[in-house]
Design a protein around this ligand. Sequence first.
Ligand code: ADP
Ligand code: MG
Length: 319
Amino acid sequence: MGEFDLIERFFKRPPRKADVGIGDDCAVWSARAGHQLAFSADMLVEGRHFLSTVEPSRLGHKALAVNLSDLAACGATPQAFLLSLSLPRADEGWLSGFSQGLFQLADAHHCELIGGDTTQGPLNIAITVMGDVPVGQSILRSGAQVGDDIYVSGHLGDARLALEAFRGSVGLPQPVFDTARLRMELPTPRVALGMALRGIAHAMADISDGLLGDLGHILKASHVGAEIDLAAMPDLMQTSHLWSCPSDLALTCVLSGGDDYELVFCAPPSASEAIHAVSQACMTPITRIGRITGQPELVLRDAHGQIVPLKFRSFDHFA
Ligand code: ADP
Ligand code: MG
């Protein structure tokens, strides 16, 4: 199977939304009136972002999911994506599983594959995604205001728990490992939630490198600080087996685990009812975990209001 047969067989489909899709030198796209375009790129490298043993369909899902999560974090509506693949060989079984997982998630979000690049080399998957958002309504990291409440969607920590189990640093009963592994390999990008928070959230980011680190980006961009209530952390673990893990491990997973693809956002106290309604409409739990302060620092408080020393670090490829 040659390069062009491979593209034809596994990735080319009739254009759905693009004016010109796969097969020409460029894809051509007409922007919607009254909208701004939102772009993001995320790359998955074997051994760095995923294990070689992962099921190809799950890898296809995850490669797109992490990109959709970035659009969600800005409140953008997914529209299209480019797929750049470096493959050691043209393995039909792998390509078939990969494209199936990829297209299943793409179709669920009406996000069209409009082009890309294919080359031989070490396994590496790079996606560039494009979405749109009504003019002026994107939710950025820089909008947090003193007095805002800080919220997190869904649950955190399971992907990190699975990683620790893979590394052998924690032993988990099989069913617990299986659920945590699903969260690591099949993350759910919070696209509908991100869009529903337009006009409500002042600032937002997705949690890919760990809660404290990604919240830290918001604080830095907004020139503010934050107080986090550790008493809220069990709510973030509610459906997870982190509950029954040693509390140090559970807190590490929740506060700096990474690979969660949930949203952390800031909104004024007056928005609490609207946020409750959004949570119900999107069938996604939302937990209030603290507040934005004028002091330029990130402070953790225990249930008694005492300050707890910060010893959690987020993921950094070059640290
Ligand atoms: P060019 O030589 O102009 O860079 P290519 O020969 O690499 O184009 O690709 C041919 C067509 O197939 C282009 O439309 C390109 O966007 C598309 N394409 C290549 N690889 C992929 C892929 N992995 N997924 C989707 N489309 C792809
Ligand atoms: Mg060309």
